[in-house]
Structure formats: C-alpha cells, structure tokens
Ligand binder design. Structure first.
Ligand code: SF4
Ligand code: SF4
Length: 381
C-alpha cells in the first residue's frame, strides 16, 4: 500500500480507502468480510457516514480490537431520523449521533471529523453561522476529533469552505465525468440526458480551481463517487464511448491535485481486492486518457445511490428503488427475478410517491426522481 500525508494533520492515509456505505442494511458477515479484506490490504482509512446503529455496530465489531489501525472519517450531522437517513445542524442531535459513534467504536476520538454535506448557501449558513461550528471546534479542542474536515459535492461551495481556513480535509465527489461536464452546460438538458460530447470542454474551471486551491493551502482531499456508483464501469451508463476500469477511475482521482485517498464503497472481498489491485497495475493499465477523450454524454442526471435526497415523506428508499430501476432498464423484457423480488419486498413502493419534489431539491446530481418513480411503477407494479 502507498500512503499520502493528510495535509498538515500529521496523519497519512492509504491511497485506497474504504467507503462503508454498502455495508448498510447488510448482515454482519458482509461487514466482517469487507473489513478483514481491507485490513489485509493495509487500507487504513474508513469513511463511516452512515448514522444507523446496526451498521455502525457491525463495522465496529468487525474491527475486532483493530480500531487503532484505521483512521475513521466520521461525520457530524449525518442522522437517522424517522427511520430514514437525514442531515441536521441541530447541535443536540449532532451530539447524540457523534457520542453514539464514539461509544459504538469504543473509542475516545474520531480521527477525521467531517462537517457533513455542505452544498448550498443554506447548508453553509447552517454550519458556519450557528452554534454548529462552535460544537465542531470544541470537539477538536477536546481531542474528540483529531482534524476537522467537510464534505461537499459543489465545487464553488467547497472552495468557499476551504477559504474559511477551518478545515484540513475535504471529501469531494471526484471522477472524470463530473469534472468534465462543461460548466455552462444547461443543467435541464443534462437532466434530460440531452448532452453530447460538445459539452465536454475539458475540466470544469470551478473544479480545477478547487483542486489547485486545496493543493496550494495544503488541504487534503478524499474522494467519493470515484467510480460514479459503478456507472463509469458499465457500457450502458458510461458517459464515454467506452467504460473505464476500476483502476483507471482510481488513477484519475489520484492524479487530481491534493487528492490523498480514494474511498471505494465495497460490499465484497473481491471488490476490496480489485480496488487495492490498483497498486499492481502497469502504467498502461492505469491510463485513462484514451477513454475520457471520447465523451458521449454525462453522468449528471444519473443516480449514484448516495441517499442524499432522503428523507422522503412517503418513506421511499429512493436510492434502492432507483438501483433496481437501473438494473431493470438494462433489459426491460428480462428483468431479473431477484430484482423483482427485492422490489416486491420493499417497504414503500414507488407508487407511494406524492411528487412532493423534496428529493429533487436535495439531490446534488440533478436526478429526476419523480420521473424515475413513474418508470419504476410501470416496470414493477
Ligand atoms: S436521487 Fe440523487 S440524492 Fe438521491 S440517491 Fe440518487 S443521486 Fe443520490
Ligand atoms: S417526490 Fe416522491 S420520492 Fe421524492 S421525496 Fe417526494 S414522495 Fe418521496
């Protein structure tokens, strides 16, 4: 494994990190398999943004006394309200979930304390103009977090956060498709899937600025959405003429300025080994240049199953339903039985959507959720 220093924090992260979101709502055995594989590969940074107690307990149990071998990237304000994932800046609620994380991991500190999901002006004000920021600074002062970070999907907002001078680490959504969507491309067209190669003008200048800003200030970046939720790997969803490989996606992220670690969400041992296998690839196998030179569309408007649109007032698990829809859309005449069964077992179905629009307002990736719910109804119900 290779390690890169996390800015000026004195900590170093493995260039391949583990995103643990795919361990959510899975049995303990899955967490054990993935965590064991990650530690065998000397992966030393785990992102744990999920607020649910069962998944936190599974990860902590799978660590089996090895907590000191990993840097935990925990999040302040990621909460599980009304049985759905949500975010809050309410300090009392943040404290409850943060203390819970410490208790479950049987630890006195979280290495990287992330101010959770700051994409909009409202998010920014909720974080920096309320007692939320005082709470986070106090956590650092008390040694309950070793470094303060923030997560964002919005390059302009992320740059603003960096410019406050408060954070030492940024978690940012980085992949070639997100970086290369022309900054003046019409988002409505993107949502309608109407963009073609002419909208790829090279790097989005906001993103270029952000990467350079972080590098010049010594702010480290850990990446999320590195594989575009797997969509960059598939011919059907890749916005390029060819899909990228896992190694190419990782290499793309690791060659952005300031990036220290790519956090790859895994749900099997094989996925962990494939990600760590990046280290054994030849320069030729890592080279993504040929692929990203041939864009044909955009990832904007495509769901990356991140759950940031929750809570849904109707209780719909939007990411899960959309994932099933995407599988079904690959071949609508031969929808796998397993996918149908999983849909039938869903607690709340797409037909319960009231078109309130709250999810679309919160989605950082301009996904047309309501339209997707209609499509899911017609294919599954
Ligand atoms: S609709 Fe948007 S916010 Fe919701 S899971 Fe998909 S990409 Fe994430
Ligand atoms: S538009 Fe539908 S899916 Fe989205 S939050 Fe409202 S009810 Fe839920």
């Amino acid at each position: 494994m290779l390690y890169r220093p996390i800015g000026k924090t004195g900590m170093s992260a493995s260039i391949i990190g583990l995103g643990t979101e795919h361990l959510d709502n899975r049995p303990y055995a899955v967490a054990e398999e993935v965590i064991d594989a990650a530690l065998e590969c000397d992966i030393n940074i785990f992102d744990v943004f999920m607020p649910g107690t069962p998944v936190r307990e599974n990860i902590a149990r799978a660590l089996k006394g090895r907590r000191d071998q990993v840097l935990i990237q925990g999040h302040v304000g990621s909460v599980d309200l009304r049985e759905q994932y949500d975010r809050t800046r309410d300090v009392d609620i943040c404290r409850k979930y943060f203390e819970d994380l410490l208790r479950i991991f049987k630890t006195d500190y979280i290495d990287l304390g992330m101010m959770f999901f700051i994409d909009t002006e409202e998010d920014y004000q909720g974080v920096f103009e309320t007692e939320y920021i005082d709470y986070v600074l106090k956590l650092k002062e008390d040694g309950k977090i070793r470094a303060i970070g923030a997560s964002s999907h919005n390059p302009r907002m992320a740059a603003r956060i960096v410019e406050t001078g408060v954070i030492e680490l940024l978690m940012f959504s980085t992949n070639a498709a997100f970086d290369m969507l022309s900054y003046d491309a019409d988002i409505g067209d993107a949502m309608a899937g109407k963009l073609d190669g002419t909208h790829f003008d090279g790097m989005d200048p906001d993103r270029t600025y952000l990467y350079r800003l972080c590098e010049s200030r010594g702010i480290a970046i850990t990446t999320m959405k590195t594989l575009g939720a797997g969509k960059l790997l598939t011919p059907e969803f890749s916005p390029f003429e060819k899909p990228l490989t896992v190694g190419q996606c990782i290499h793309y992220a690791l060659t952005r300025p300031a990036v220290v670690s790519t956090l790859i969400g895994c749900s099997t041992r094989e996925q962990v080994l494939e990600a760590a296998g990046y280290l054994n690839l030849t320069d030729e196998e890592r080279d993504y240049g040929e692929v990203i030179r041939t864009p044909k569309g955009s990832l904007s408007g495509q769901c990356v199953y991140c759950n940031h649109c929750l809570p849904c007032p109707s209780g719909i698990d939007i990411a899960a339903i959309t994932r099933m829809l995407d599988i079904a859309l690959l071949d609508t005449k031969n929808i796998p039985l397993e996918t149908r069964d999983r849909y039938d077992a869903s607690l709340h179905k797409a037909s319960e959507c009231t078109e309130c629009g709250s999810c679309e307002a919160k989605c950082p990736f301009s996904v047309q959720v309501i339209e997707n719910m209609h499509k899911a109804v017609s294919l599954f119900e």
